[in-house]
Ligand binder design. Structure first.
Ligand SMILES: [Zn+2]
Length: 663
């Protein structure tokens, strides 16, 4: 058996060969790795942010350090990095202010996973998407002011947020103060979002938020430090900034396609629900012939299923909306730009760049959709389809379509699951063994942990890293204290990470290796900060549903109750009052709207009148602090509910490469 330890390893000979082969297949020169796509990414940089460090609010930590990615200055690709992923990471590492259209549109890139874009209006500026955190978005505005030598911060007229993901709205308070926002076009800043935005932000970020937040550490390599044996990209940016998230309730909801005038500009909106996000929209700036494609196309194949966990996305609808955009906007646009990666331009030599960009993107999503279903109809399982599916030959060398974020195997499994569900049809999967039961059975049938590891070591030495990780990983699940099994799984994960073209795969493997060697890292609490700002904006209806999710029905012994709730809400000075029935029924929290006017003979005598803040306090188990702000004849009912709520933060460090059950 191998002599194993917790050190980070070099690329093995097999890994070096594999990366060389990948370079050869794609026509890349590993010693001087550069493509046209990198030329586009570097173009029109008007203010470099080289060397920039951004401090995190109220902390000695950094929110961003441009130097973390200075290893990309090398021409050669290290053997520990897939040479195609190198192109993506390098392109995203270019940091600073970029011109999109001279005097009209500028982007700050390379300071976060997402870009911040500004568009000149008739009297001021429109900001399009505001990055993940306030530290980086605020610095982005400073850099733009420095580059353009004008006061931008005080002349922001409107903000457009393209969709319901936090890397597009979280930085909003670094751009405007909440007090500046409102409906008065003359004096206040308007925030435009696609219809359904708030509810979708909440659902994606909160309902399954704790699980998603923890799993996101694998998708984005939370504990993996940037470096040639560490994190090199997150596919749609070089990394996620480490800072303070925020949320401001929008003022204008776009509910149909068409032109809206914003600060004197004609902005033509195209809603694209159910694509990359449940609530998303593209928009075309008529006056500037500039098409903003949100996150529907970026410089990479996107996820139909991000491994952090999310509802499955609809590849067929996604392709259709891109084709609709191509039909409507391709021929009248000079530039296509987006919230991640870099823009593409029509040029004299290539007048069809934008049309091809949209066509190629659409065709790849459509291909994954159609080919997966074709294979499924031929009887192949999702895992089998994942091994069969390939990028079509005609678009194989279009680097803006390479799988740096989404990958074909995972996307194909997503299509399969969307149509056929997670079940593969084999009765063995109807009532499957849990991961630990399966692992223990495996070890028992092989003979012993030792024997599994001897075989897995041989596979490792032969470069069969998938098999080695599979088998050694089973021993970890069966017996997490087996240090040799942990080290072997980690080493195999690492080599798999070094050849992964998808940043998501690389990050997940390297995060897994890190946790196998060092254990689960102590919490960083950044999710909670952004979560609470957003949670305050939740409608009462959603807050009540969320309370249901936090209530542990299994442990509850509380007596049933029924309560009439009157909840006061106040959004931009508009007072509203909403009535709900809140019931605890057999340990389940039920809530539904209740119309006083229709039913004035209600038999429910217990009531509580409160505002949303009080409801929020209940959710945070701080009911006693707001006791005098609640009018009720049954305070004990609310206490009963509070008692059954779990503190999600306590559970946020669950394990992923080993079981959370006591083995
Ligand atoms: Zn995004």
């Amino acid at each position: 058996m191998l002599n194993l330890n917790s050190e980070v390893k070099e690329a093995s000979d097999y890994t070096i060969d594999k990366n060389k082969k990948i370079a050869e297949e794609l026509g890349l020169d590993i010693d001087n790795n550069f493509t046209d796509e990198l030329e586009i990414a570097a173009d029109k940089l008007i203010l470099s942010a080289d060397g920039l460090k951004i401090k995190k609010l109220n902390s000695d930590e950094l929110a961003w350090d441009v130097d973390n990615y200075s290893f990309f200055k090398s021409k050669a690709t290290p053997y520990t990095i897939n040479p195609s992923l190198w192109i993506n990471g390098k392109g995203n590492s270019y940091a600073g202010v970029f011109e999109v259209i001279k005097d009209k549109i500028y982007q700050v890139r390379g300071l976060d996973i997402a870009n911040l874009t500004i568009i000149r209006g008739k009297s001021g500026w429109i900001v399009q998407d505001v990055m993940t955190n306030v530290e980086v978005s605020s610095k982005a505005i400073d850099l733009l002011e420095e580059a353009l030598k004008e006061n931008i911060r005080d002349n922001i007229k409107a903000i457009i947020i393209s969709h319901s993901h936090s890397d597009h709205y979280g930085g909003i308070k670094g751009v405007v103060k909440e007090e500046q926002v409102g409906h008065d076009v003359e004096t206040q800043v308007q925030i435009y979002v696609p219809v359904g935005f708030d509810a979708e932000c909440v659902k994606e970020t909160l309902f399954a938020g704790t699980a998603m937040g923890r799993r996101a550490e694998y998708q984005f390599g939370g504990a993996v430090k940037p470096g040639i044996k560490g994190k090199v990209s997150v596919g749609i940016g070089v990394d996620i900034s480490n800072g303070t998230g925020s949320f401001i309730t929008p003022t204008n909801y776009i509910s149909e396609n068409g032109i809206v005038e914003i600060d004197g500009l004609k902005v033509d909106f195209q809603l694209t629900p159910g694509t990359e996000a449940p609530a998303e929209m593209n928009n075309y700036f008529v006056d500037y012939k500039a098409f903003w494609v949100a996150e529907n196309c970026t410089g990479t194949l996107h996820n139909l299923y991000p491994i952090r966990g999310a509802q499955l996305r609809d590849s067929s609808a996604w392709a259709s909306f891109i084709l609709e955009a191509m039909d409507k906007y391709a021929d009248k646009s000079d530039v296509i730009f987006q919230s991640h990666n870099w823009p593409h331009f029509n040029t004299k030599e290539h007048p069809d760049t934008i049309r091809n960009y949209l066509l190629n993107n659409a065709s790849l999503y459509k291909y994954i959709h159609d080919q997966t279903l074709l294979y499924a109809n031929e009887g192949f399982t999702a895992k089998e389809i994942a091994k069969k599916i390939r990028i079509p030959e005609n678009i194989k060398k279009d680097y803006y379509l390479r799988p740096y974020y989404g990958s074909l195997p995972i996307n194909a499994r997503a299509v399969y699951t969307k149509y056929l569900g997670f079940f593969n049809g084999n009765p063995n999967e109807i009532d499957p063994l849990t991961e630990v039961e399966e692992a223990k059975t495996f070890v028992e049938y092989v003979g012993s942990e030792e024997e599994v590891l001897t075989k897995a070591s041989k596979d490792y030495e032969a470069g069969e890293y998938n098999r080695a990780a599979y088998a050694a990983g089973k021993v970890v699940l069966a017996n997490p204290k087996n240090q040799q099994a942990r080290f072997l799984t980690a080493d195999a994960f690492e080599q798999l990470g070094y050849v992964s073209e998808s940043s998501v795969w690389r990050n997940a493997y390297l995060q897994g290796a890190f946790e196998l060697r060092a254990g689960v890292r102590t919490p960083g609490d950044r999710k909670a900060e952004s979560g609470s700002d957003l949670a305050k904006c939740m409608s009462a209806e959603l807050l009540l549903k969320y309370i249901g999710i936090l209530y542990d029905s299994d442990k509850s012994k509380a007596k049933d109750f029924e309560l009439r709730l009157k909840i006061h809400e106040n959004t931009y000075g508009n007072e509203s009052e909403n009535n709900f029935v809140l019931k605890l029924y057999g340990g389940v929290v039920l809530s539904y709207p209740y119309d006083e006017k229709v039913d004035d003979k209600s038999s429910i005598e217990a009531y509580a009148e409160l505002n949303k803040e009080a409801l929020f306090a209940l959710l945070n188990k701080k009911l006693s602090l707001v006791k005098d702000k609640i009018k009720t004849n049954k305070f004990e009912y609310l206490e009963r509910l509070e008692e059954g709520l779990i503190d999600v933060k306590e559970h946020s460090r669950f394990k992923l490469v080993e079981s959370n059950e006591t083995v």
